[in-house]
Design a protein around this ligand. Sequence first.
Ligand code: AMP
Length: 219
Amino acid sequence: MKQLKKRNLVFIGAPGAGKGTVAGALCAEYPMVHISTGDLLRNEIRLGTTLGRSVNTLMQQGKLVPDHLVTEIVSARLQSPDCANGFILDGYPRTIHQAELLSETLERLQKRLDRVIYFKVPDDIILQRLTSRISCRQCGAVFNIIFMPPKQDGICDHCGGILFQRPDDSIETVTTRLRIFYEQTNPLIDHYADAQLLFEITDTDKGKVMTTLLEELDC
Ligand code: AMP
């Protein structure tokens, strides 16, 4: 089985910076697990669980859900045996407090964080990407009206499900999510730079991002 040398990873970046797409591409080639807290929370909402009901409004408004709730989900997921070959935390941690909680969780599970990848993408590109993003209601696949349109308008290429715009991808909510990112998540960049774990990617082309990233993770 092919393995990367650095395979316990955190991806940080504004919404729409490409974290999910790159995580998906890495996990297709290597036996790592993609843990997207946004996807896990949306799944709780879909299932109508108590947790899902309690975070629904906050998520629709583009606000962060409480640190302890999201940490519990991540901690439970990291304990699955499939995480032994590596994991990508996509969208977690998002605050300094979450970073501290993650560090405690990893210590308890005797795991180590190898790298924190920061996807640094200009705001105008983010806004254009997010407001043209559409997802499948059924399987969660993501398309983009401009950059990656589905073969048939409004229909998912993978499962034939109906495509829709996430309520938190509207221009108003995207603006709130970007503001929150700069306020709450940006301090994490200094935090992980101080810990000598940070690696910054400024490319926006997916091919170039993958080349740069693989070089960094395989050395
Ligand atoms: P995402 O798909 O990563 O953009 O996340 C969508 C939404 O889920 C965010 O706007 C938050 O409401 C919530 N969320 C996801 N991850 C976290 C996190 N680590 N901390 C708090 N809220 C989160």
